[in-house]
Design a protein around this ligand. Structure first.
Ligand SMILES: Nc1nc2c(ncn2[C@@H]2O[C@H](COP(=O)(O)OP(=O)(O)O)[C@@H](O)[C@H]2O)c(=O)[nH]1
Ligand SMILES: [Mg+2]
Length: 358
């Protein structure tokens, strides 16, 4: 169900590109980004390192205009494909309105695609979502490569009942990318209408989300955005906070300590956030310092109310550690929540008495 904020009269539809590592999810977003008229698109934020562009996730916000007095936004995400980033994937999947599953057509990647599809089903189930109810569109990508699995075999595997729409794609050339998203968008708007009776101007939404239909520009546009897409947002809000936090591992309280976050401007004029954590966890003192960057804002549930949060992420300069996300309330109190995928399950830090639903 799209996130509808009555006070702000805003609807946010969240679409997640899911699939095995290197299947072409980020490429899909780059192509989409290249086509959206610049007035309506936000920056494509790719949290990736030079060495491994598949490690983190990408985020592309698109303003698709007013629908019956509601400002409507689409948020496109990708998930990291690596098996061990499941906690991040689950985090990204929360409150999803539609999933584009990007399968890698190569024979050598067939099993990885199957594993990823199963993992999608497992994660949706764990989040209380039913695979048969969440709109899903299939994309068989990399059709240009010689060792491709046949479409018949892919369909038999991923779409045995023929219930899902599927598209062949060569995402690097832009082929099939917008057809996939057009279908996804139609499914999401259809559900929005069924659930809220808010009817949207599908044509307008499509024209803004998919831009003009000039396929000839696609590959140019996507290579143009490639470098830009690696940038987190350069400038963020000032944050100075300190709090006592509780540490939770898989929902269990395992420690307490202090978190501080402070912001500064570096010599390039970018905002850098220094996160420092001192905690006693299961009897051990743990201390870490990280540099974070601003990646956007998100409205999240704290207890029973929804609160706007700034979202910070690791700057991604060091590819050997597990990325941390920080959510800081956009209130004078600036209470902070941290989440990261520990080796044995997700670890969260929450202010005393705080309970964040992410
Ligand atoms: N040959 C070919 N390569 C592709 C295609 N789509 C993406 N790639 C390449 O596959 C690699 C991984 O793509 P990426 O979008 O980063 O995958 P992600 O991990 O799913 O986000 C990149 O080098 C892309 O240029 C395609 O359709 N054909
Ligand atoms: Mg990627």
């Amino acid at each position: 169900m799209p996130n509808i904020n009555q006070a702000f009269r805003e609807i946010v539809c969240k679409i997640v590109y899911y699939g095995p590592g290197s299947g072409g999810k980020t490429t899909n977003l780059q192509v989409v980004h290249g086509h959206i008229p610049s007035d309506y698109r936000g920056d494509l934020v790719s949290l990736a390192t030079e060495q491994d562009r598949t490690l983190f996730f990408d985020f592309l916000p698109v303003d698709v205009g007013e629908v019956k007095g509601y400002k409507t936004k689409f948020q496109l995400y990708t998930v990291p494909g690596q098996v061990y980033y499941n906690a991040t994937r689950k985090l990204v999947l929360r409150n999803v309105d539609g999933v584009v599953f990007v399968a890698d057509s190569q024979e050598t990647r067939y099993q990885d695609s199957i594993d990823s599809f199963r993992n999608l089903a497992d994660n949706l189930r764990e989040l209380g979502l039913d695979m048969d109810e969440v709109p899903i569109v299939l994309q068989y990508n990399k059709r240009d490569l010689p060792d491709s699995v046949s479409i018949e075999k892919l369909e038999a595997t991923f779409n045995p009942h023929g219930r899902l729409k599927s598209f062949e794609a060569v995402a690097v050339d832009g082929d099939g990318v917008r057809d996939t998203l057009r279908e996804m968008c139609a499914l999401v708007l259809k559900r929005l209408k069924e659930q809220t009776h808010i009817e949207s101007d599908e044509e307008m939404v499509e024209s803004r989300l998919l831009g003009s239909g000039d396929q000839g520009q696609t590959s140019e546009a996507s290579s143009e955005t490639k470098d830009e897409s690696r940038r987190p947002l350069r400038v963020g809000p000032p944050i100075e906070m300190q709090q006592t936090s509780k540490v939770y591992w898989r929902g269990m309280g395992v420690g307490t300590g202090i978190i501080t976050i402070s912001s500064m401007q570096n010599e390039r004029g970018e905002t850098e956030y220094t996160l420092s954590s001192n905690h006693r966890i299961l009897g051990f003192n743990r201390h870490f310092v990280r540099t974070l960057r601003f990646v956007g804002e998100e409205r999240l549930k704290v207890g029973v109310v929804e609160v706007d949060h700034y979202v910070l992420q690791d700057s991604g300069s060091d590819d050997n550690h597990i990325p941390i996300s920080a959510y800081i309330e956009k209130t004078p109190a600036q209470r902070a929540y941290l989440a990261y995928a520990g080796m044995l399950g997700e670890i969260r830090f929450a202010p005393e008495g705080g309970e964040l639903v992410i």
